[in-house]
Design a protein around this ligand. Structure first.
Ligand code: NAD
Length: 247
């Protein structure tokens, strides 16, 4: 049952009273930093590509050079991109209230960390990390990988791949487990800038609600999670998050 009646001041009062807050962010929190969202029909990162052509293990095995080049371009585009007021407000709140907030993100852009947030639960990995495609053997040392597109182990030929979660892959167990515990334990969950279409991340809001938390959606557009929300604050994250977390 959705309700968009509670005002920003009401939500702020909920947050002020909550001992445990969980925040789930998606691509929208980085939109005002200039990072395209996943589903934006006009400019979205994926509008020009079919995900299964690039963001799957099968695609990488089929054409590692092409997939590596695409991720290299994504990394290059993020160079110089700065966290916005939404990222900064979350990091500053965490510093003022240690242990009170758990920040869970679907983003791979590193902007929460860049703003100073610590212990971010990255459900979909990190674009700037690398790991081995196949289980590493003794000869596989990521820092000594041979330069290539992608880099590789010169002993066994194992390939280096980006440290993101591809379609069809399981989420990192530790991060998902911690996120689910935070969802069950929180009194308020802020859902910021996510369409809620990607699972199991979207399910965290339902989990929080079932466990008794108030769920608040911050998004300029309607989302799949509006039906789960006690309050919907329609607007951009870089304006609303600082207003909500200014205590
Ligand atoms: P999504 O693209 O499906 O949804 C983005 C949401 O952000 C939309 O609901 C949109 O209305 C909202 N939005 C747009 N501008 C906003 C703003 N200024 N303030 C608040 N909300 C705004 O993204 P998703 O739900 O995160 O799922 C997409 C998947 O793509 C995730 O798995 C994520 O890993 C990946 N992805 C990550 C990045 C990134 O790291 N920045 C970028 C694109 C995609």
């Amino acid at each position: 049952m959705s309700a968009d009646t509670p005002t920003l001041d009401t939500v702020r009062a909920w947050l002020w009273a909550a001992r445990r807050i969980a925040v789930l962010t998606g691509a929208g929190v980085s939109a005002e930093s200039g990072v395209p969202t996943f589903r934006d029909a006009q400019t979205g990162l994926w509008a020009r590509f079919r995900p299964e052509e690039l963001a799957t293990e099968a695609a990488f095995r089929r054409d590692p050079g092409r997939v590596w080049a695409w991720y290299a371009e994504r990394r290059a585009r993020l160079q110089g991109v700065q966290p916005n007021a939404g990222h900064h407000a979350l990091a500053a709140f965490e510093q003022r209230h240690p242990g009170r907030m758990t920040l869970i993100t679907q983003n791979v852009d590193g902007l929460h960390q860049g703003a100073g947030s610590r212990g971010v639960l990255c459900l979909h990995g990190d674009l700037f990390e690398n790991r081995w495609l196949d289980v590493p053997r003794d000869c596989c040392r990521i820092d000594d990988a041979c330069v290539g597109h992608p880099p590789y182990c010169d002993r066994c030929g194992n390939l280096v791949r980006p440290g993101v979660v591809w379609f069809g892959e399981p989420l990192p167990y530790a991060a998902l487990d911690a996120a689910q515990r935070a969802a069950r334990a929180c009194e308020v969950m802020l859902v910021v800038g996510t369409s809620g279409q990607v699972q199991p991340a979207g399910g965290l809001a339902r989990l929080a609600r079932q466990a008794g938390a108030r769920v608040v959606v911050v998004n300029p557009e309607p989302t799949e999670l509006d039906a789960v929300a006690h309050a919907i604050l329609a607007g951009p994250a870089a304006r609303l998050v600082p207003e909500l977390l200014d205590f």
